[in-house]
Design a protein around this ligand. Structure first.
Ligand code: GDP
Ligand code: MG
Length: 370
């Protein structure tokens, strides 16, 4: 990404080369169209051209400008889909997650003992899929608010012997609000009183019309008990993912989302993250909200120490100074000083935000404080 030339920036930014050179000149930089631009300069340019949304949160600021992302196109690679399973209590979310995990993990790593870190990755016909294993719609909504959704596709589980229930509706609304595509898994199909057609009509009433009825949603009949339909569900996920053209740039600094965190004996604060972009490496200095530190170790879903995590891969990061909340963004920065600075600025930002609640300072004014 550092290797971006002036004319490439101009192209991506929709500006003329002359305009870009002029701005650089005004900033005291002599450049020609073939000169390379470093990251700082790209950020400055983006700001000059108003390509950056005015940030109020220092971490969003750190998360690079949109123009920089656009320039990355050439470095983008396909990444696996990240899945969240939602649905009414007792409709089989945990059972389905367990079945998928146990039947497919072997395909990936023979004899491995799984470790619960809040997410796991499987392989289906050589294609990877990440499943978020942690409940909690709150994180889901929170992530949406931050624009850092970890989930690409939601699986709505509905028990075929019970039909649509309040939490089914809730799950559908969550996915709709977060603008996440849905696949419906009609579970417990092995049961004698299973009525998948009833589920379909109830879902259609919610606007989730099955594709076989002319709608845009895939329904798959499954049984988390017998495993029937699970392969088809995975294929449907992979097909949906392909349509979405999920991409990331594994060459840039890591940006990840926290999906689970805790304070562990002997390990201190740990955070399971899913990498959204870039590659997270052991030794990386990271900032994660008001927390910061160095990724001393990264543990995968097989309990193994790993050196790196690429886009969509989950990993438990050890080395933060505090426990970050789920939904927080983790960003790798160049050194410890930068990490500490951003964490402190973030803390200050939060203090100001808290203050503004009582003093009624507008967000607009607040943006000038940070
Ligand atoms: P959750 O609350 O959505 O996580 O549901 P669970 O996975 O805990 O399942 C609730 C109950 O339904 C458990 O007793 C499971 O054994 C049972 N169950 C889940 N899936 C199936 C299925 O496909 N068929 C049958 N017969 N039972 C299931
Ligand atoms: Mg459960």
């Amino acid at each position: 990404p550092e290797e971006v030339r002036v004319y490439e920036f101009a192209e991506k930014a929709g500006k003329s080369v002359a305009d870009v050179i002029k701005v650089l000149f005004n900033l005291g930089m002599m450049a020609t169209k073939n000169d390379f631009l470093d990251k700082e300069t790209i950020e400055i340019l983006a700001e000059e051209f108003g390509l950056e949304i005015k940030v109020k949160d220092v971490l969003e600021e750190l998360d690079y400008v949109s123009a920089y992302d656009a320039i990355e196109d050439d470095y983008l690679e396909e990444r696996p889909p990240v899945i969240t399973i939602m649905g009414h209590v007792d409709h089989g979310k945990t059972s389905l997650l367990d079945f998928i995990r146990h039947s497919k993990i072997a395909e990936r790593e023979a004899g491995g003992i799984t470790q619960h870190i809040g997410a796991y990755m499987i392989q289906k016909d050589g294609k990877k899929i990440t499943f978020i294993d942690t409940p909690g719609h709150e994180a889901f909504t929170e992530m949406r608010a931050r624009g850092t959704q970890a989930t690409d596709i939601a699986i709505i589980v509905v028990a075929a012997d019970d039909g649509v229930k309040p939490q089914t509706v809730e799950a559908v609304n969550h996915a709709k609000n977060a603008d996440i595509p849905m696949i419906v898994a009609v579970n417990k199909i092995d049961k004698p009183d299973a009525n998948p057609d009833l589920v379909k009509s109830q879902m259609a009433e919610l606007g989730i019309t099955p594709s076989e009825w002319g709608g845009e949603y895939e329904f798959v009949n499954v049984s988390a008990k017998t495993g029937e339909g699970v392969d088809e569900l995975l294929d449907t996920i992979l097909l949906q993912a392909e349509l979405m053209e999920l991409k990331a740039n594994p060459k840039r600094e890591a940006k990840a989302v926290v999906i689970e965190s805790s304070l562990e004996k002997g390990r201190g604060p740990v955070a399971t993250v899913i990498v959204k972009n870039g590659t997270l490496k052991v030794g990386d200095h990271v900032v994660c909200g008001v927390a910061y530190g160095r990724a001393r170790a990264i543990i995968d879903d097989m309990g193994k120490m790993v050196k790196t995590r690429t886009p969509s891969e989950p990993g438990m990061v050890v080395g933060l100074d505090k426990v970050p909340p789920a939904g927080e963004i983790m960003i790798a920065v160049k050194d410890a000083e930068t990490a500490r600075m951003y964490a402190e600025r973030r803390a200050e930002y939060e203090r100001q935000k808290e203050l503004s609640k009582t003093t009624k300072v507008t967000l607009e004014e607040l943006s000038q404080l940070v």
